[in-house]
Design a protein around this ligand. Structure first.
Ligand code: ADP
Ligand code: CDP
Length: 236
């Protein structure tokens, strides 16, 4: 098998890339674009936490009831597209890609993500997706990918950006909410999430890419360059 630049890669040498960072740092959009450029797969792990939050909300389960949320995992029929050109998120066959981004889901997702058996279950699911992906590499992004899901990945990146840049990017995306509300919600979600995993500081061996002063294309290039440099290093 060859990657999109013609470099031979066997499936056993799959290049695993782990990217973490706070909300609005560019993880999803940059990872998807970098994967497309490299002919890699792309796994959005936040979508799984969001989809579970959507599912428990549909069933009228209070996210404070941890046992009920864990119980709901038994029937949680989740599917995600990892082809950057065929991205989808489905629960029980229903397309939830847009529904899981609604503010009502962003408001409850952290309370689902802090439940440890939920994390253990989803971490296994993410690893399974990585193992069974059939492209020369896969970029997986989230909050604990560099530290918990794939601490041994040959390429591990913490993608950051200043609070101002992250809030401005997110509020440009969301209509129907004031910039002040978007900022407040984003910061409160980061604060809640930080209690469970540390995605504000790079763990040992993790490279920081700060996108505050980079435009979208420059950020993609910085990620692709690092993958080229580090994946080559680990193969030699
Ligand atoms: N370096 C950048 N410069 C400008 N805008 C960016 C940059 N990186 C990402 N964006 C934009 O910021 C928004 C938030 O990015 P997203 O990928 O959703 O972040 P995250 O997944 O970390 O929450 C998107 O609209 C994206 O296009
Ligand atoms: N690896 C991950 C990914 C997401 N999450 C949770 O899922 C939520 C949504 O993640 P996301 O990546 O879609 O969020 P954004 O940064 O795109 O807004 C986060 O706020 C976390 O609560 C997590 O706990 N661990």
């Amino acid at each position: 098998m060859e990657d999109s630049r013609g470099i031979p890669v066997s499936t056993t040498d799959k290049i695993v890339v782990a990217i973490d960072g706070p909300a609005g740092s560019g993880k999803s959009s940059v990872s998807k674009a970098a994967a497309r450029r490299l002919g890699f797969s792309y796994q959005d792990t936040g979508a799984a936490y969001r989809a579970l939050a959507w599912y428990v909300a549909e069933r009228g389960i209070d996210t404070a009831d941890e046992a009920a949320v864990v119980e709901a995992l038994r029937d949680f029929d989740y599917a995600i597209g990892i082809d950057p050109d065929n991205y989808f998120v489905r629960v029980g066959g229903i397309d939830v890609e847009e529904a899981i981004r609604e503010p009502r889901i962003s408001a409850i997702v952290s309370s689902v993500a802090r439940i440890l058996p939920v994390r253990a279950y989803l971490v296994e699911l993410f690893r399974h997706v990585i193992e069974t992906s059939d492209t020369p590499g896969i970029i997986t992004e989230g909050r604990d990918i560099t530290t918990v899901v794939c601490p041994d990945a040959p390429v591990r990146i913490l993608l950051t950006a200043s609070e101002e840049a992250r809030m401005a990017r997110r509020s440009a995306e969301i209509s129907g909410q004031s910039a002040a509300d978007v900022a407040k919600n984003l910061l409160s979600r980061d604060a809640q999430d930080s209690r469970v995993v540390d995605f504000m500081n790079a763990a040992d061996g993790v490279t920081v890419i700060d996108s505050t002063d980079l435009d979208f294309d420059q950020t993609i290039q910085a990620v692709v360059d690092l993958i080229d440099a580090q994946a080559g290093e680990s193969a030699s």
